[in-house]
Design a protein around this ligand. Structure first.
Ligand SMILES: Cc1cc2nc3c(=O)[nH]c(=O)nc-3n(C[C@H](O)[C@H](O)[C@H](O)COP(=O)(O)OP(=O)(O)OC[C@H]3O[C@@H](n4cnc5c(N)ncnc54)[C@H](O)[C@@H]3O)c2cc1C
Length: 292
């Protein structure tokens, strides 16, 4: 399969990419790792007239901690973040999630920012960004702005990015001390997109009661979603197996997946409950080790 013909132009920096987007309008597409866009072009599901390559920009592959946030620049490859000592130390949940993305070859090109802009409902990185109440920093002709993850993912492959904006960074708040986390998913084959994926964070106080919890699920709707009912239920309770099971039941009751060729809605709902329960058990035991 070959793509329809297009014009190629390399952006020298973010301002240049914004100017090129403004100039070429709807016909233009940004190219990051190309691991979603190029297959879509080859299948002719996407036919950009102009491809604006972001890969030549200097200094956009930074992973840094700034003001309690982990900042991931637009050219950080999934594989770089997966093995980054900063990510492993500050947000192991993110490294654990990235390890589930496709195959090593894909992760060596694909970017975290590109994954969020692509907004596949089963993708791992958006689920983690949402669980952590993170945000996306974007730049357009009017300047820079930050969009909370809860406002960024609008539906199947839809985001709040304007057509002339470039996403420059992902901002992940670093969890407080005493927080344990876990990322679990189930896919039909190794490397496939998840049928259901779960990101869980549990913050315990010194007495072992849940002080805070965050649960986000991917693959169960048009975009990742937070299981807020289950999160609220957990607050103030001890993280015991029966409590975590009840939280998982509440989370599963709160989703409305649809039947598709991969799985029925009932199967996805049951899978979500099982994965939430297991993820909470792991996150709670990791949190308990932190506070011990
Ligand atoms: C076989 C296979 C298996 C895969 N499995 C998984 C999986 O299990 N989980 C998963 O999450 N992903 C999976 N992927 C997708 C992979 O993670 C992609 O890398 C990712 O979705 C897109 O990142 P990218 O950098 O390759 O972006 P690209 O493909 O270059 O771009 C994707 C989209 O985002 C836009 N975009 C990119 N960067 C920016 C930016 N800075 N600002 C604004 N718009 C931008 C592009 O214009 C395009 O519309 C798989 C891919 C393949 C080929």
């Amino acid at each position: 399969m070959k793509p329809a013909s297009f014009r190629y132009v390399a952006a020298s920096d973010v301002a240049d990419a914004v100017a090129l987007l403004t100039e070429h309008g709807d016909t233009a597409k940004l190219l990051a790792g190309g691991q979603s866009l190029v297959p879509m072009m080859n299948l002719r599901l996407s036919r950009p007239g102009v491809l604006i390559d972001l890969n030549r920009m200097p200094q956009r592959n930074t992973i840094a901690v700034e003001d309690g946030l982990l900042r991931v620049g637009l050219l950080v490859r999934q594989k770089e973040a997966e093995h980054s000592p900063i990510v492993l130390a500050q947000i192991p949940l993110l490294a654990e999630a990235i390890a589930e993305i496709g195959h090593a070859q894909i992760r060596s090109r694909g970017t975290l920012v590109g994954s969020c802009c692509h907004a596949d409902p089963a993708a791992e990185t958006p689920a983690v960004l949402l669980a952590l109440d993170g945000s996306v920093r974007v730049q357009g002709p009017q300047g820079a702005r930050e969009i909370a993850a809860s406002d960024f993912f609008l539906g199947y492959f839809q985001t709040a990015l304007a057509p002339d904006e470039v996403a420059t960074d992902l901002l992940f708040p670093i969890p407080a001390q005493g927080t344990g986390s876990a990322f679990l998913e189930f896919a039909r084959r190794h490397g496939d997109f998840a049928l259901v994926a779960v990101a869980a964070l549990v913050h315990l106080d010194a007495e072992g009661a849940v002080q805070g919890a965050a649960l986000s699920l991917a693959g169960v709707g048009p975009s990742p979603l937070r299981a807020t009912g289950a999160e609220q239920f957990l607050i103030g309770r001890r993280a015991e197996p029966a409590v975590l099971l009840e939280a998982a039941r509440i989370a599963a009751q709160g989703i409305e997946p649809t039947d598709d060729v991969q799985a029925s809605a009932a199967y996805r709902t049951q899978l979500a409950q099982t994965l939430v329960e297991r993820a909470l058990l792991i996150a709670a035991s990791r949190a308990a080790r932190e506070v011990a």
